[in-house]
Design a protein around this ligand. Structure first.
Ligand code: JFB
Length: 273
């Protein structure tokens, strides 16, 4: 089966050189179609991102396009067979040579409940890589031998998106692709909105408001209408500290150098609780 996204994107409208190539291998390539919407799709159209989704079943040769089998040693569920994965990943490696891919090994991200937990720091790290490949498993996961083999041809990164159980790697890959690709210069419209964000500096964001100033009897905090930019900045900083102390004390504990004003504000919130 050929998915609508399975082969190279149409020629970019402008003659820009792609800054990153992303390949995804999955038995549900249609799942990844959502990536074509919004900012990521536009980056693909502009030629800033090369995104190719491959159907694992295209690398099977039996009548039923078999990708799974029962686990050696017994146990529940099925395991993805090594050979279709090796052929798909070899196809991606060969394709890369044809696109004048860099000399470094591409990075292979394998979504797995047993991976290291993906976070903003890892997203920033991966945004600097020229070729990312996502191997989306299903069932109980992929035969370990093809993962071990792949480590010889790729920078291997087994990754989890968090401590909960999913049915496969597709949604996890979409999460990681969205988090990574929006960090590529030019993919997001306003680079300032990147630096201001939650997790960029380890604090949650301040609450935001827009017109009308009174909505169903609820007023916008008065200070935001004051025009006093220094006071607004302090108020916003305080709201960030307060929110973070309230819902993510783990993030606060990781902050190294808080100012005297920040520490005073935190003590005030503490005594108010
Ligand atoms: C990822 C997956 C399965 C074994 C397999 C492939 N945070 C996360 N939770 N679950 C996954 C994930 C990530 N990233 C995940 C890939 C696969 C789950 N499964 C199903 C569930 C439990 N144990 C197969």
């Amino acid at each position: 089966m050929m998915s609508p996204m399975s082969e190279p994107n149409p020629a970019p409208t402008e003659a820009t050189v792609p800054q990153m190539a992303i390949d995804v291998v999955s038995i549900f390539p249609e799942y990844l179609a959502g990536l074509q919407l919004s900012l990521i799709g536009k980056a693909v159209d502009r030629g800033q991102l090369r995104l190719n989704v491959h159907d694992l079943r295209d690398f099977t040769f039996d009548r039923h396009s078999t990708v799974d089998d029962s686990p050696y040693g017994g146990g529940a569920g099925m395991v993805m067979k090594a050979e279709p994965w090796a052929l798909a990943l070899e196809h991606v490696l060969a394709d890369r040579a044809g696109h004048g891919g860099g000399s470094a090994k591409p990075t292979l991200i394998v979504p797995s409940p047993a991976g290291a937990v993906f976070d903003q720091r890892i997203a920033e790290d991966l945004a600097g890589v020229d070729h990312l490949v996502f191997a989306c498993g299903r069932y109980e996961g992929i035969d370990q031998r093809v993962i071990d083999w792949a480590a010889e041809h790729f920078e291997l990164r087994p990754m989890s998106i968090g401590d909960y159980v999913l049915n496969g790697g597709e949604v996890a890959s979409m999460v990681m692709i969205e988090a990574i690709s929006r960090l590529i210069p030019g993919v997001i419209g306003n680079p300032e909105s990147l630096t201001e964000e939650s997790h960029e500096d380890g604090l949650l964001e301040y609450p935001i408001y827009t017109k009308p100033s009174n909505w169903r009897g609820r007023e916008v905090p008065e200070i935001l209408l004051s025009g006093n930019h220094a006071a607004i900045a302090r108020w916003r900083r305080d709201r960030r500290l307060e929110r973070t102390a309230e819902v993510r004390p783990d993030l606060l504990a990781r902050l190294a150098d808080l100012s005297e004003e920040d520490l005073t504000a935190l003590e005030r919130f503490e005594s108010q609780r």
